[in-house]
Design a protein around this ligand. Structure first.
Ligand code: ADP
Length: 384
């Protein structure tokens, strides 16, 4: 039973604690007077907080709190809660004597005498820094995993969106030549094409089929690239003949265009995948025609530049503004401008052309001005 008088009161409080803490080293257990001044101290408290009993007894317990919390009078508030509720519990940062922080689990219990008068507080603190670190590490790992999943989901959604858009664009682009082929076919069927024009119609149909071929080839190449199954054959051939073949195929598609050929006189032999190089030049010609809806000159040049040979296709079409240039060679890199809107395309052509040129040790470069025209150049190393 507690007797009245402050020395006796403290003595009894000390006795209670002494009993409680005798074997405890993992917990800091100490007593506070009603104002928060430390009155008892145990082994565990010294071990966890770093103060010896003679250094801390008589000081206010707010020294255990981070400066910011002490300034905000959080320690006093905790005591108030303990008085009101009987106890106060939390986990939070606390300060050791040397200033270092530790993560503490804290319980403050209000101690009253039998009349209900507040005698002080018992405070039990546990150092959970290691567990807290582990938890934080786990949380960080969980956050990183969640972030990875979010990014994966959004990249899947982006892929899905690009795929849908691609299917729309590809169907649109296939439908164009298909409509023309169907139209001519029915004219051939009902005999409305004069016999002397049948050959030129056949050439036009051939050119339309070549456009469809080009698109199908683009799709297959993209799939091969994605699965890393694009293997180049090694043929020896003269790029001038490839340019000529493609010109002959695409010539019937001219609408107000005229072709100028400025070919080298000497052979321009390269070593590489003949049909893929043909596809690159086909792409450049197809684009030159598509993106010069008003017609005009299309100049196909070939020649030698240092150790390389080149084929360039120049048109007098809508051109490309500098800010659009970086997008042009990317996958699905369609440029959205008013002039482009009505021209069908998938944005795969130049991406593949560049990829294949680079895999041959070459490149594709472009010079272009809006409203003036574009000049695309394929360079490849000459064969040894
Ligand atoms: P697409 O299937 O859209 O033609 P490409 O990869 O061949 O795809 O070209 C990418 C974009 O570059 C096109 O959408 C177009 O805006 C632009 N482009 C390509 N060639 C030309 C050109 N000769 N003149 C103007 N713009 C061009």
């Amino acid at each position: 039973m507690l007797r009245k008088g402050s020395i006796a009161e403290h003595k009894e409080l000390d006795d209670q604690f002494a009993l409680l803490v005798s074997n405890v080293v993992d917990y800091a257990i100490f007593g506070l007077d009603p104002t928060g001044v430390v009155v008892t101290w145990n082994e565990g408290a010294q071990r966890i907080k770093g103060y010896r009993a003679d250094e801390i007894i008589g000081r206010h317990f707010s020294v255990f709190y981070p400066a910011e919390e002490a300034r905000n009078r959080k320690p006093d508030w905790e005591l108030k809660v303990a008085v009101r509720e009987g106890h106060y519990a939390e986990e939070g940062w606390r300060r050791r004597k040397d200033g270092s922080r530790f993560w503490a689990s804290v319980v403050i219990t209000a101690l009253r005498d039998e009349t209900g008068r507040l005698r002080g507080f018992g405070k039990v603190t546990r150092d959970l820094t290691e567990r807290h670190k582990l938890e934080e590490q786990l949380n960080a790992e969980r956050d990183a995993e969640a972030q990875r999943l979010r990014e994966h989901a959004s990249s899947m959604a982006e892929r899905e969106r690009a795929k849908t858009e691609f299917l729309n664009l590809a169907s649109h682009e296939l439908r164009g030549p298909l409509t023309v082929i169907r139209g001519y076919n029915s004219m051939l069927e009902d005999g409305s094409i004069p016999p002397d024009q049948v050959v030129s119609v056949a050439r036009l149909l051939e050119a339309k089929l070549a456009q469809m071929d080009l698109l199908i080839e683009q799709m297959l190449e993209t799939a091969r690239l994605e699965h890393d199954r694009l293997e180049l054959s090694r043929d020896r051939f003269d790029v001038r003949w490839i340019a000529q073949e493609q010109l002959d195929i695409f010539r019937p598609l001219a609408r107000g265009h005229h072709f100028v050929v400025d070919g080298a006189r000497e052979p321009l032999v390269v070593e590489g995948d003949r049909s893929r190089v043909a596809t690159i030049i086909a792409n450049l010609m197809d684009n030159a025609l598509k993106y010069s809806p008003g017609g005009g000159e299309i100049c196909v040049m070939s020649g030698r530049r240092g150790p390389d040979v080149f084929v360039s296709v120049r048109d007098r079409g809508i051109g490309i503004s500098p800010e659009h240039m970086p997008r042009m060679f990317t996958r699905f890199g369609r440029l959205q401008t008013e002039e482009n809107m009505s021209i069908a395309g998938t944005g795969l052509g130049l991406f593949l052309c560049k990829e294949i040129a680079v895999r041959h040790g070459g490149d594709i470069t472009v010079n272009s001005r809006p409203g003036v025209g574009s000049d695309f150049t394929l360079t490849l190393p000459s064969a040894r």
